[in-house]
Design a protein around this ligand. Structure first.
Ligand code: GLV
Ligand code: MN
Ligand code: MN
Length: 430
């Protein structure tokens, strides 16, 4: 670090009002207009508007900005001729009725970091790239990290044609509807030789940091996720005419499956496994008809890659048994599967030195949530900084909250880390 870089990093801590202003600006871009949290789903006009806010801000700083066919927006501060960039950023979409911070904090951090470096007339050795990824949340199409998957080459147009939202719109159709061109997705692919490293700042979405009164988290592992759709087949029939013992009620059966899934995650062998059934569709969903079919969308998260996949198989077997006990049948379909990801030790060590230098108390921890960084780790060395989540870590909810001063501290650490990476001579052995 040079004297000048330290100055850049330290100025950011004061910029609490800059944090609030940008968080408010993005929060206003919501289907809900401020009430009931933020709803800004991937590949919608509102998400594109948020990307435009990011692009305009970065252009005003004098950075070159482009949006790719996947909908990712990238702003670049040129380096001294080296090709391999150092990146930072996160996503701008939300879940339905989500919070103001998930993803946004990492993009706001990138904006404030770029602002500080531009104001300080910082001339990087490596190109510094500030990234807003598109459609990170799995809430709309079932699979998370769409924009970063396309950047990393872990999905393609054919696979995206299969994924549909609850209205039957495929990812490709949604992309076209907001002016993106899925026929050019190959152009959104990041090449390894163009990247040195990537750092994402994000809210913790848990309460480890706040409980420990830590300033900042350094992530060593990101949980994997296996997503299943279980469909329970019963027989729809008249709610008055059909005797209780003659029923094949798909919702009664599905309810027992939900409880069995919860029991599975709570048994001693699954300490740390998280199973959620967050979406249920019963049909015909009529008060006077016994449910004939129910779909359950299951999300299994784990930091243990083998256990994650074994849990999915065990759950399918138990769900089949449970369905049969209730005179129904079941089929299971894999929606998405992502392995847990280990982040770079070298970056954790650099970040730990930077946070010590800045007088921040840090903790190394795992992430229960998925992040774009998981995909980008296929391209280059990656790291993540977590800022504390308050309100017991609640997230994907309007109650999600992080303090502006904690976010500003995160921006300070991020700026320090990016400049430290920029000055680091040694490339990692990969
Ligand atoms: C992304 O927010 C996830 O679902 O983990
Ligand atoms: Mn997120
Ligand atoms: Mn999220």
């Amino acid at each position: 670090m040079t004297e000048g870089n330290s100055t850049a990093a330290e100025q950011v801590a004061l910029d609490v009002s800059g944090v609030d202003e940008l968080i408010d600006r993005f929060a206003a871009l919501s289907e809900t207009h401020g009430a009931e949290g933020v709803t800004r789903l991937g590949y919608t006009p509102l998400e594109r508007e948020a990307h435009q806010v990011f692009a305009t801000f970065m252009s005003h700083l004098g950075l070159s900005v482009h949006s790719d066919a996947a909908g990712n927006t990238i702003a670049e501060l040129p380096g001294d001729g080296r090709p391999d960039g150092i990146g930072t950023g996160s996503h701008l979409d939300s879940v339905p009725h989500g919070g103001r911070f998930d993803g946004i904090v990492g993009v706001v951090a990138a904006m404030l970091c770029a602002q500080t470096l531009a104001a300080d007339d910082y001339h990087p050795r490596h190109p510094l790239r500030f990234v807003a990824f598109a459609n990170e949340e799995g809430a709309r199409f079932g699979q998370a990290c769409n924009g970063s998957r396309l950047a990393a080459g872990t999905t393609d147009a054919e696979a995206l044609g299969e994924l549909r939202d609850r209205d039957g719109i495929s990812v490709l159709e949604a992309m076209r509807s907001v002016g993106l061109d899925p026929d050019r997705l190959d152009e959104a692919r990041w090449r390894r030789e163009d990247w040195d490293s990537f750092i994402e700042m994000h809210i913790e979405q848990g309460s480890v940091l706040a409980d420990g009164a830590d300033d900042i988290g350094l992530v060593d592992t990101i949980s994997g996720s296996t997503r299943l759709r279980l469909t329970v087949h019963g027989v729809a029939s008249h709610s008055g005419g059909t005797p209780m013992l003659a029923r094949h009620d798909a919702l009664v059966s599905a309810s027992a499956i939900v409880l069995a899934a919860n029991d599975l995650a709570l048994d001693a062998e699954h300490f740390g496994t998280r199973i959620t059934i967050g979406r249920i569709i019963a049909s015909p969903n009529s008060m006077t008809t016994i449910p004939g079919e129910v779909t359950l969308d299951v999300d299994i998260r784990d930091v243990d890659t083998d256990r994650q996949r074994q849990t999915a198989l065990t759950l399918i077997a138990r769900a089949k048994e449970t369905a049969a006990l209730h005179d129904t049948s079941l089929d299971a379909h894999l929606i998405a599967d992502t392995a847990p990801t280990l982040l770079s030790r070298r970056i954790i060590e650099l970040a730990s030195r930077e946070t010590d230098r800045l007088g921040m108390v840090h903790r190394v921890l795992a992430s229960g949530a998925s992040h774009d960084t998981q995909q980008i780790s296929r391209v280059c060395e990656t790291g993540m900084l977590f800022v504390p989540s308050l309100h017991h870590g609640v997230s994907h909810s309007p109650d999600e909250f992080s303090r502006a001063e904690d976010i500003a501290r995160g921006v300070q650490a991020l700026t320090g880390l990016l400049t430290a990476l920029d000055m680091a001579d040694e490339q990692p052995a990969s």
